[in-house]
Design a binder for this molecule. Structure first.
Ligand code: NDP
Length: 287
C-alpha cells in the first residue's frame, strides 16, 4: 500500500478555549481507533469567527466543535442546521457533508445517552425539573422533551430568559412545560423524578457554591444530575448523595457529547471507555 501521511482534521473554536478538555478525549479516541486524525483546540475571537469557519472549509476540516461564545453566532455561517439544533437555537458540533457544513447539537443528546447508559433512567413519562435557561438547559430540556418526558419545569433566576426558553420549548415539544421564578430557595416537590442543574453554579473556581434548592421533600429515588463537569463532584451532587439520592455527574454528558461527535465525524463506533478515562485524567490529573 502506498504511504498516506495526510491527517484528517477536526477541532474546537472558542474563547477562552485553552482549558477545554475535549481534545484530550478525542485524540485518545483517534489513537485507540488507529485513525490518523487530529483534534485542534483553537482560540478564535468573535470578530474572526466567519473567517475562521471559511478557513476550516478551505483546509478541508471534517468537522468542528463550538464552545463559548460561538454556539449561536456560528449558525449563519453554516450551510444547514439540523432540526434539533434549530429548536435548541445553538450548534456545538459541525460535520462536513461533501462541501457543506451542517450544524448539530450533541449536548442534550449526550446528556440523554448518559441518563440512559450511566444512570439507567429513561426520561419517557418522567417529571423533570431543569435549573437554568442558558444553552445547556435548552439542549437538555429539548432532548428530554423529544424523548417524551411527562412534564418539564424550568426554574430560572432571570424571568425573561426563562420565559424565552419555555416559549420555545412549547413550540417544539408535546409535553407540558412550566416556568417557575427562582427567588430564594426552590423547594423540590415530591413526585419529581429527575432534577438537572444546568446553571453554571458550582463551576470552577466557584466550587463551594451550590444552587439554592431544598431537597428535604424530594421523592426517594429522584435522580440528581449536574451539567457542571469541573469539578465532577459538585456540592449539589454531594448534598444529594447525603440524602441517599442517586446522582449523575457532568462528565457523563461531556463524554457522550464527544462520543456522538466522534461517531458523526468518523462514522465509527467510539471507544467510550478510552474517552472516559482520557477525560477523567485530563480533568483530575488521574486522581
Ligand atoms: P449560560 O451562560 O448560557 O447559562 C447559565 C445559566 O446559569 C443561566 O440560566 C443563568 O441564569 C444561570 N446562573 C448562573 N449563575 C447563577 C446564579 N448565581 N444563580 C442562579 N442562576 C444562575 O451557560 P451554559 O448553559 O452554556 O452552561 C451552563 C453550565 O453547563 C456550565 O457550567 C457549563 O460548563 C455546563 N455545560 C456542560 C456541558 C457538559 O457536557 N457537561 C455542556 C455544556 C455546558 P440567568 O438566566 O438568571 O442569568
Amino acid at each position: 500500500m502506498p504511504a498516506d501521511y495526510k491527517a484528517e482534521l477536526v477541532g474546537v473554536l472558542g474563547q477562552p478555549v485553552a482549558e477545554n478538555p475535549t481534545g484530550a478525549m478525542q485524540e485518545a479516541a483517534f489513537a485507540a481507533a488507529g485513525l490518523n486524525w487530529r483534534y485542534l483546540t483553537m482560540e478564535v475571537p468573535p470578530a474572526q469567527l466567519a473567517r475562521a469557519v471559511e478557513g476550516l472549509r478551505a483546509l478541508g476540516f471534517r468537522g468542528f466543535n463550538l464552545t463559548i461564545p460561538h454556539k449561536v453566532a456560528v449558525m449563519p455561517y453554516l450551510d444547514d442546521v439540523a432540526a434539533e439544533a434549530r429548536m435548541i437555537g445553538a450548534v456545538n458540533t459541525v460535520r462536513r457533508e461533501g462541501d457543506r457544513f451542517i450544524g448539530e447539537n450533541t449536548d442534550g443528546k449526550g446528556f440523554l445517552r448518559g441518563l440512559r447508559l450511566d444512570a439507567g433512567v429513561d426520561p419517557r413519562g418522567k417529571r423533570v425539573v431543569v435549573l437554568g435557561a442558558g444553552g445547556a438547559a435548552r439542549a437538555i430540556a429539548t432532548e428530554i422533551g423529544l424523548a417524551e418526558a411527562g412534564e418539564i419545569t424550568v426554574v430560572n433566576r432571570s424571568e425573561a430568559r426563562g420565559r424565552g426558553m419555555t416559549e420555545d420549548l412549547r413550540r417544539n415539544l408535546a409535553c407540558p412545560i412550566r416556568l417557575l421564578p427562582w427567588n430564594g430557595t426552590y423547594m423540590v416537590p415530591e413526585g419529581i423524578d429527575i432534577l438537572v442543574n444546568a446553571t453554571s453554579i458550582g463551576l470552577f473556581p466557584d466550587v463551594h457554591s451550590m444552587p439554592a434548592v431544598d431537597l428535604a421533600h424530594a421523592s426517594a429515588g429522584m435522580l440528581v444530575c449536574d451539567a457542571v463537569f469541573n469539578p465532577p463532584e459538585t456540592r449539589l451532587l454531594a448534598a444529594a448523595r447525603e440524602r441517599g439520592l442517586p446522582t449523575l455527574d457532568g462528565l457523563s454528558m461531556l463524554v457522550y457529547q464527544g462520543v456522538i461527535g466522534f461517531e458523526i465525524w468518523t462514522g465509527r463506533t467510539a471507544p467510550e471507555q478510552v474517552m472516559k478515562a482520557a477525560l477523567r485524567e485530563a480533568l483530575t490529573g488521574g486522581a
